[in-house]
Design a protein around this ligand. Structure first.
Ligand code: RAM
Length: 340
């Protein structure tokens, strides 16, 4: 009974998803030469959710790369981030026999049976931004320890090594965010033992939920000294809340943010510093990693090398991982140089 009911729901969802994918394929376009000779260069990007400017930027980079090497780019994703929301999209892309799926996973495991089926059917699977337990290669933006250290040192120095901080994240299941939070907590305890993490809250990559999460934190901990938000939606909306509150300039907020979304809060003094890599380059690198897998230039094993267009040469590291590079710290001195 229960299985039957779920089966029907899944079938309805799959039809809706197939329609969405067809539309997305048409609207996002491609160069038309999708097969690249004997190679299937139909490359589909599946971000955590639609509507997040971070993924708009990464998918723009992916689109530019795919079109540049003569493939067909498409982008499909659930409207809101959730552990299982990406599954029907992966299933439909597999039925449509794309050459590769580049996915930023909402959950380390939830999409794995669909992704394993995709790989079995010959589709190359590249994770980018947020990893899964099942893929041919993972394109990581930077090392998790390095990302954590950047945010911990900004906070530790700003608070002179003491005080109460909270973490505001995005999706509670996201592989990338949870790993960064683990290292943030470890590094704070080691490098700044006078700083206590009092809470971790989640905004689910949704603007309103992220705003509410920040509001709730200050209601619960009016003596809070800092917020670390390793998620672009969380940090922008925590800043939005602080900017018009009595806590502006009193609570130190930092995190991983888009310069385009944080500029106002740097200029009005709500935020002093935050960090990020270039998400456009991350998507660009994910597309070229997919191409290298399709071409057979790499299999994903350590030591494999390939050239990613304008970004140059990359070497695959341990656990089939390719790393883009360290994050940049933004403040009032350099914020105007960045458009993403
Ligand atoms: C959000 C997402 C994404 C993360 C950035 C920093 O947009 O959670 O996965 O890498 O923030």
């Amino acid at each position: 009974m229960i299985l039957g009911r779920h089966g029907r729901v899944a079938a309805i969802t799959a039809v809706a998803v197939a329609a969405a994918i067809t539309l997305a394929g048409c609207s996002s376009g491609g160069s038309g030469g999708s097969t690249g000779g004997s190679h299937n260069y139909k490359i589909a990007f599946v971000p955590k959710s639609l509507g997040n400017n971070y993924f708009k930027a990464s998918d723009e980079g992916g689109s530019a790369a795919v079109k540049g090497f003569g493939g067909t780019y498409s982008e499909v994703a659930p409207a809101t981030a959730s552990p299982t929301g990406q599954v029907p999209f992966v299933q439909t892309l597999t039925q449509q026999r794309v050459g590769a799926i580049a996915i930023a996973a909402d959950d380390p495991q939830a999409a794995c049976s669909a992704l394993n089926a995709a790989m079995k059917a010959g589709v190359k699977v590249v994770t980018f931004d947020s990893d899964t337990n099942c893929r041919d290669a993972f394109v990581n933006q930077a090392t998790p320890q390095g990302i954590a250290k950047t945010l911990v040192d900004l906070t530790g120095k700003a608070l002179n090594g003491k005080g109460k901080v909270a973490i505001e994240s995005g999706g509670p299941n996201a592989t990338n965010l949870n790993l960064w939070i683990k290292y943030i907590k470890q590094d704070l305890a080691k490098s700044y033992p006078g700083i206590t993490v009092v809470d971790t809250v989640y905004g689910n990559d949704d603007a309103q939920q992220s705003l509410d999460a920040a509001t709730g934190l200050l209601q619960k901990y009016p003596d809070l000294n800092g917020i670390i938000a390793p998620d672009t939606v969380a940090v922008a909306n925590a800043a939005r809340y602080l900017s018009t509150s009595q806590y502006k300039g009193k609570v130190y907020l930092t995190g991983l943010g888009l310069p385009s979304e944080m500029r106002t809060y740097i200029k009005d003094g709500t935020v002093k510093q935050f960090a990020l890599w270039d998400p456009t380059n991350l998507g660009y690198l994910a597309a070229y990693t997919a191409k290298a897998l399709i071409d057979g230039t790499i299999t994903g094993k350590k030591g494999d090398t390939f050239t990613a267009g304008k970004l140059g040469k990359f070497t695959v590291g341990a656990d089939h991982e390719v790393v883009l590079g360290p994050p940049t710290v933004f403040d009032s001195s350099n914020i105007d140089k960045y458009s993403f």
